[in-house]
Every structure is written in C-alpha cells, then in structure tokens.
Design a binder for this molecule. Structure first.
Ligand code: SF4
Length: 214
C-alpha cells in the first residue's frame, strides 16, 4: 500500500533526479521491462510498527519495478530478513504484483527518485523528506521503531525528528514516541565487503521486532 497516494507520481521538485530516472537504459537482462522511471512509493502494512527507510530506489531496482526494495539486491536482503523473522509471507521481492505481504513493517526510501551514482544532494534529501517521508511517518499511527539504513537515511530521519546524534550502526535513539535504530545500508557495497554481514542484519531486524512488539 502506498501511504502517500498517487500525487507522489507527479512530484516535480527535483528536475535533476526526474531526468535521470527517465534516462536509465535497461541492460540486456531487463530489455523487455517498461521501466517505472518516476517517484517510487514505499509499501507494506498500513498498521506497521516498524518503518525501514533506505536511501533511494536503485536504477534497475525500484526505478524499474515501481516499488521500493523490489528487484535488486538490497530488496532481497530486506525481504529475506523479514521473512526469516516472520514479518513477510515470502522471501523474495521481485515485482509490484508478486504477492508479497509485509506484516507490521513498512519500507520506503528517504529520496523517492533514483539519483545518479546513488548520491542525492542535501537539498534533494531535504525536499523529499519534508514532502513525502514525513507524510509516511505521520500516516503510520502505530509506528514505534524507525530503521534508517545508512547515513543518508539517518540524516533524513534526523532532519524530520530533530535527532542530534551521529550515525552509528546498532545505535538506538529515543525520540518522542519513536525509537530510531540505526543500521548500515544493505547495499552490495556493504554486504559484499563484509561491513554488514547476514547475522548482524538479522540482529537489527530482531531487535526492531522486539522493540516494536510485532
Ligand atoms: S526526489 Fe522526492 S521531492 Fe524530488 S522529485 Fe522525486 S519525489 Fe519529488
């Protein structure tokens, strides 16, 4: 379920990102795909107590499939992890109509349009967070735990909630009615280099489940 509605799809605050989203060229393995190429909505349980916030859709992941954490390696880590702890009905996230159901969890990105080289500017992060991520947070009436993945998502959540702390993997920060639980991003850059291994990722998810009482 897209919590912010279809108005997201016509957002035009960041011309640089919109142009880039439309310019992504499919590699041979995706040549039959009609790329989504517009702002990518989050999805999950509207009664979620856990919110996972990534950086932005991947060029050939969310920007192709039209759903956050769908069709790329980061999505596989997120969804397989949720499946292992009983918060997803299947271990894979491949397309918008794959039947995936998340329980107690909503997943989204700080920036809804794919940025070149995965690097949005601070201005783009602020614009998107203040326009869209805040609406998602406010729509989740039972939200207890927010997991920002990596420094950019942590920065985004910090702007919105007024967090003063620095990013540190595993750090728990109480902010009003929320607990922020920081994690390294599940990107290939972190998982292939061993900065984030599978067991440490499951520890983050299990801790979130415990804190949120899911
Ligand atoms: S990144 Fe966010 S604010 Fe910028 S155009 Fe996309 S949806 Fe709009």
């Amino acid at each position: 379920m897209n919590l912010v509605g279809e108005s997201l799809f016509s957002c035009n605050h960041c011309p640089r990102l919109m142009n880039y989203a439309r310019s992504v060229v499919p590699p041979p393995r995706f040549k039959l795909w009609n790329y989504w190429a517009k702002p990518v909505p989050g999805f999950g349980d509207p009664n979620a107590r856990i919110l996972i916030v990534g950086l932005a859709p991947a060029a050939h992941g969310g920007n192709r499939t039209g759903r956050a954490f769908t069709g790329d390696q980061s999505g596989q880590w997120v969804v397989r992890g949720l499946y292992e702890i009983g918060l997803a009905n299947k271990p894979e996230s491949v397309s918008r109509d794959d039947g995936l159901i998340l329980k107690c969890v909503y997943v989204t990105n700080a920036v809804k349009c794919v940025p070149p080289k995965n690097r949005p500017t601070n201005d783009e992060i602020k614009k998107c967070s203040l326009n869209w991520l805040i609406k998602e947070i406010n729509s989740l009436k039972h939200l207890k735990v927010i997991i920002p993945l990596g420094r950019i998502a942590f920065y985004s959540v910090s702007i919105l909630l007024g967090v003063k702390a620095d990013f540190e993997h595993g750090k728990e920060i109480e902010v009003g009615k929320y607990k922020v639980l920081a994690s390294y991003h599940v990107s290939a850059q972190n998982t292939r280099t061993g900065r984030l291994n599978w067991e440490d990722w499951l520890k983050i998810l299990r801790r979130a489940k415990e804190l949120a009482e899911c």
